[in-house]
Write a new protein. Structure first.
Length: 231
């Protein structure tokens, strides 16, 4: 007689759920603007955010705060300036805060030496009705521009190229998507509202490299001319 078989042990398999891996969120992108615009909200695409700037009301003193040899009186063509201008062209040239020229790098006259000067002539802008303002790279690149806008009161600001456009609009955009389009930009300067129209344009250096883009740039310039004529 066979001895009874021992009962088999049944081992239950329990599925152990692995803990989900939580991917940490990347740190929020902080704009350069926050470095000098005390705790103001950063502009997101499609939003208008007023940024508070404390800028010296004496523009001459403001210029001298960057370089002692700079002054309003030494701006080329300043004698033809009368209260406000039509167009402020931003960013043909760029200077570092640590390497500034001795002469004041602003100009109210066109130049035959560069493509922007020829573009200005084609737009029939009179001397004293426009300003060529360089970019001042560093912590105060937008503040420097805003101070000039406050003093010269342009009807429209035309940033040249993607870098100038991103600084002026305070957001990253593709220039191919926004060139020739007008966008209002709001700032608070010394506690007062300042609204400015911004119409980006391709940088003249790019136009010299890519001749086929000149027609597009000319169409954009005509939009600026029409805006100036109607405002």
């Amino acid at each position: 007689m066979k001895s009874p078989e021992a009962p088999q042990k049944v081992v239950a398999k329990v599925a152990v759920e692995k803990p989900k891996q939580v991917t940490p969120e990347p740190p929020a992108q902080v704009s350069k603007l926050s470095e000098y615009a005390s705790k103001e909200p950063v502009a997101k695409e499609g939003q208008q955010v007023s940024v508070n700037f404390e800028v010296a009301k004496d523009y001459n003193a403001y210029l001298k705060s960057f370089c002692p040899t700079w002054s309003v009186d030494s701006i080329v063509g300043i004698d033809s300036f009368n209260e406000r201008i039509d167009v402020l062209f931003l960013g043909l040239d760029e200077f570092s805060e640590n390497d500034l020229p001795e002469s004041t790098p602003l100009s109210l006259i066109e130049s035959d030496q560069d493509l922007l000067g020829k573009m200005i002539k084609a737009m029939n802008l009179d001397q004293g009705r426009f300003l060529r303002l360089p970019l001042l790279s560093g912590d105060k690149e937008l503040e420097f521009t805003v101070a000039a806008i406050q003093y010269f009161k342009p009807k429209v600001v035309v940033p040249l190229g993607a870098h100038s456009t991103n600084i002026m609009l305070e957001k990253r955009v593709k220039l191919s998507n926004v060139h020739g389009q007008f966008e209002k930009k709001a700032y608070l300067v010394n506690g007062e509202d300042m609204i400015v129209e911004v119409a980006p344009l391709f940088h003249p250096q790019l136009l010299e490299i890519n001749q086929s883009m000149k027609r597009t740039a000319w169409i954009d310039m005509q939009k600026v001319m029409n805006f100036v004529g109607n405002n």
